[in-house]
Design a protein around this ligand. Structure first.
Ligand SMILES: *[C@@H]1O[C@H](CO)[C@@H](O)[C@H](O)[C@H]1NC(C)=O
Ligand SMILES: *[C@@H]1O[C@H](CO)[C@@H](O)[C@H](O)[C@H]1NC(C)=O
Ligand SMILES: *[C@@H]1O[C@H](CO)[C@@H](O)[C@H](O)[C@H]1NC(C)=O
Ligand SMILES: *[C@@H]1O[C@H](CO)[C@@H](O)[C@H](O)[C@H]1NC(C)=O
Length: 495
């Protein structure tokens, strides 16, 4: 055996040993990996059978800041090992779950929220999360915005949203929540906007928002609320905007909004409000905009806006009002003359008579283009029989007939654009109506032709003349003198 042979033998043994140890290492690695039944990097999931697929801004480990995850293939269990793989991307700031199958996600993935120390924005949609339990968001100190639309949520447990120091915006729209109990929202010192629209809310427990002292906007539109009371809004001393459109409110009682000292905008459109008590808006000293369109208001109490002396925009469109007496708006009339003033009255069955003559003066005196436009197209209903029997034809001033084409196109803001569109629509509709009904443009009727019988001046409530009264006018149409006729009207009414 020569030296060369020995060398070769040693070399072979060393090689075998090296290969052995490499193989061991690989075996060890493989064994470790077998602990995970899913790929490690959630941004780079290769397994086509995975129940979750995420698309990130980068697939590099620990580099992704945004992940859009789709949940499908029958859904994922709360204890699935997949959830723990999120540690491969600890820098995610924005995380979205789109759930693509029924029952795909039935809980808030709290484990993930707890793991992601940079998570700011969480959005979960189309899930089946019937119930949000206490501390579901595990006291995250980084979350700023939580959105959970269309998740079939029915119940919010006490402390469901609690100890979330940085959350400013919370949206739980388009779910099936029917009530808000106390202490659901707790220790949310930075929450500014809370969206609860398009749920089935019919009950707000007293003080259910009381810990939200920094809330600026509360959106409750499209729910089933039938009553609104002061206790609903305890603690919301910084609220600026309250949206209660499209609920089932039928009346506004005394001091219903009195807790909202700083409220500037109140939207009550699309309810069934028939009555507002004289102090219904008591305490709303800062209110600037009040929208009551599409309700069932027939009359308004004399001083109903007396408490809201900063009001400049009042929307009363599409109600059942027969008039709007000057006394009702006396306290806010000066505001209406400013650049931003607006009273919308279109879509009511207003009667053309002296009670509306103050609108002529307002038209002349206001600096608001929006108000002028709105008044130009305001219709009222002329009682034809009364008109004829009084022997007075109301002079229609066609010379200054406002034409739709003449509307001033200069507008200052997007909001004004929207308002403008509405006015424009009303104008077109009203023009059509005018040809088939005794409707007149209020401003076409000369102010001194807007007459009332004497009794109207002194009476608060007014009802249109009865059939008998109308017959009486006709029977006495031979009377030449207008004043004689008036006397007879008064006579017929009281004797
Ligand atoms: C959140 O914090 C509260 C108060 O400190 C504590 O009672 C609760 O157990 C915490 N919950 C979680 C899930 O950390
Ligand atoms: C808050 O969330 C709502 C609904 O997701 C969104 O429309 C709104 O723009 C958000 N507001 C802020 C200030 O982020
Ligand atoms: C208003 O008048 C129109 C026709 O002039 C009528 O169809 C409508 O029912 C009236 N609305 C109310 C609330 O009286
Ligand atoms: C409004 O102004 C017009 C034109 O200046 C004037 O003829 C009319 O009398 C004024 N009407 C009222 C109610 O002040």
């Amino acid at each position: 055996m020569n030296f060369k042979c020995l060398i070769l033998l040693i070399a072979a043994i060393v090689k075998i040993n090296v290969t052995e140890s490499r193989r061991d290492e690989e075996r060890r690695r493989w064994k470790n990996n077998r602990g995970f039944s899913h790929p490690v990097n959630i941004c780079d999931i290769q397994d086509r059978g995975s129940k979750v697929h995420c698309y990130c801004d980068t697939i590099k480990v620990k580099m992704a800041t945004r992940a859009d995850c789709w949940v499908f293939n029958g859904g994922i269990a709360v204890d699935d090992p997949f959830w723990s793989t999120f540690y491969t991307q600890p820098n995610i700031e924005k995380l979205v779950f789109n759930v693509r199958a029924d029952g795909g996600l039935t809980y808030i993935p709290s484990k993930v929220i707890a793991k992601l120390n940079h998570l700011k924005y969480l959005n979960i949609q189309y899930a089946n999360i019937f119930n949000i339990p206490a501390f579901a968001f595990v006291n995250s100190t980084t979350l700023r915005e939580i959105a959970m639309p269309k998740d079939k949520i029915m119940k919010l447990e006490k402390m469901a949203f609690a100890h979330l120091l940085m959350v400013t915006n919370l949206s739980i729209v388009e779910n099936q929540i029917s009530e808000i109990q106390q202490d659901v929202f707790y220790m949310l010192p930075n929450l500014q906007s809370l969206y609860l629209s398009k749920n089935a809310l019919s009950l707000l427990y007293d003080g259910c928002f009381e810990h939200l002292s920094n809330l600026i906007k509360l959106d409750l539109h499209n729910n089933l609320l039938t009553v609104v009371i002061r206790e609903n809004f305890q603690g919301l001393s910084n609220l600026i905007t309250l949206d209660m459109r499209k609920n089932k409110l039928t009346m506004i009682g005394d001091l219903a909004f009195a807790e909202l000292w700083n409220l500037q905008e109140l939207y009550l459109d699309g309810n069934e409000i028939e009555f507002i008590s004289e102090r219904g808006f008591g305490g709303l000293g800062q209110l600037n905009k009040l929208s009551l369109a599409d309700n069932k208001l027939k009359t308004l109490e004399n001083n109903v806006f007396g408490d809201i002396q900063k009001l400049t925009v009042l929307d009363l469109k599409n109600n059942d009002l027969v008039t709007l007496r000057k006394e009702v708006v006396e306290k806010i009339l000066e505001n209406m003359k400013t650049h931003y003033g607006l009273i919308s009255l279109n879509g009511n069955n207003l009667t053309c008579d002296c009670r509306l003559s103050w609108l002529h003066t307002l038209y002349n005196e206001t600096r608001s283009k929006r108000l002028k436009n709105s008044l130009k197209y305001l219709n009222c209903i002329m009682d034809d029989k009364l008109e004829i029997s009084l022997g007075k034809t109301i002079v229609v001033n066609t010379e200054h007939s406002p034409n739709i084409k003449q509307i001033d196109y200069r507008r200052d803001s997007e909001e004004e654009d929207l308002e403008y569109d509405k006015v424009y629509d009303d104008a077109v509709k009203n023009r059509e109506l005018e040809t088939v009904s005794p409707r007149r443009k209020l401003l076409h009727i000369l102010e001194d032709k807007l007459i009332c019988s004497n009794r109207l001046h002194s009476e608060d409530t007014f009802s249109p003349p009865t059939q008998d009264e109308v017959k009486y006018y006709q029977a006495s149409s031979s009377e030449k003198s207008f004043f004689n006729t008036l006397l007879l009207v008064v006579f017929a009414k009281y004797f």
